[in-house]
Write a protein that binds this ligand. Structure first.
Ligand code: ZN
Length: 150
C-alpha cells in the first residue's frame, strides 16, 4: 500500500528480497566489511544486523550544535550487543548507516554511530535485501548530515 498522508509521502514501499546469513572475516574493519559485502551483492536497499565481538571500536556522537561528529575510541575487546544499519545509496553507491551498542568486561554498555576503526573479532550478520526503489542520500546543509531525499 502506498502512503498518502503528506507527512509520510516520502516513505518507500518494499517487497522482501533475499536474506543472507554468515560471518564476516576476523581482523577486518566492521563497517568496511559490511559495505564490501553489500556492494558485492549489489544490494541498494535493505537492512543489516550484527552480533559478535570486536577487538577495538570507534563510535561517533553527532554534536547538533557544531553539526560535527565527535568520536570515542575503545582500545579493548568488547561485545557487540546490537548493531543495526540501513542500506541506501550515496552517489549511486550502496552505503550503510549503522549504529552499534557495545559492552565491556563489567557489562557496561556504550553506543553510537558506527565509525571506521572497529576491528572484528566475530561478526554474525543477518542481511535482508529490500526489493523496490532505493533511497538516495544527499548532504543536508541545515543538519550537516547525509539524509534520505524526500
Ligand atoms: Zn548515525
Amino acid at each position: 500500500m502506498q502512503l498518502k498522508t503528506n507527512e509520510f509521502s516520502q516513505f518507500n514501499v518494499y517487497g522482501a528480497g533475499k536474506v543472507y546469513k554468515g560471518r564476516l572475516p576476523r581482523g577486518e574493519d566492521l563497517l568496511e566489511s559490511m559495505t564490501k559485502l553489500v556492494k558485492e551483492l549489489k544490494i541498494k536497499a535493505g537492512h543489516i544486523q550484527v552480533l559478535g565481538a570486536v577487538r577495538n571500536a570507534a563510535i561517533g556522537y553527532f554534536n547538533q550544535d557544531t553539526t560535527e561528529y565527535e568520536y570515542i575510541d575503545f582500545n579493548k575487546p568488547m561485545e557487540i550487543l546490537h548493531c543495526t544499519g540501513n542500506i541506501s545509496l550515496l552517489d549511486e553507491e550502496p552505503m550503510i548507516h549503522a549504529h552499534i551498542i557495545l559492552s565491556d568486561q563489567d557489562g557496561k554498555a556504550y553506543g553510537g554511530h558506527l565509525a571506521e576503526d572497529t576491528e572484528i573479532f566475530v561478526a554474525e550478520v543477518i542481511l535482508k535485501e529490500f526489493i523496490g526503489e532505493p533511497k538516495e542520500r544527499f548532504i543536508d546543509e541545515e543538519s550537516g548530515l547525509t539524509l534520505w531525499k524526500t
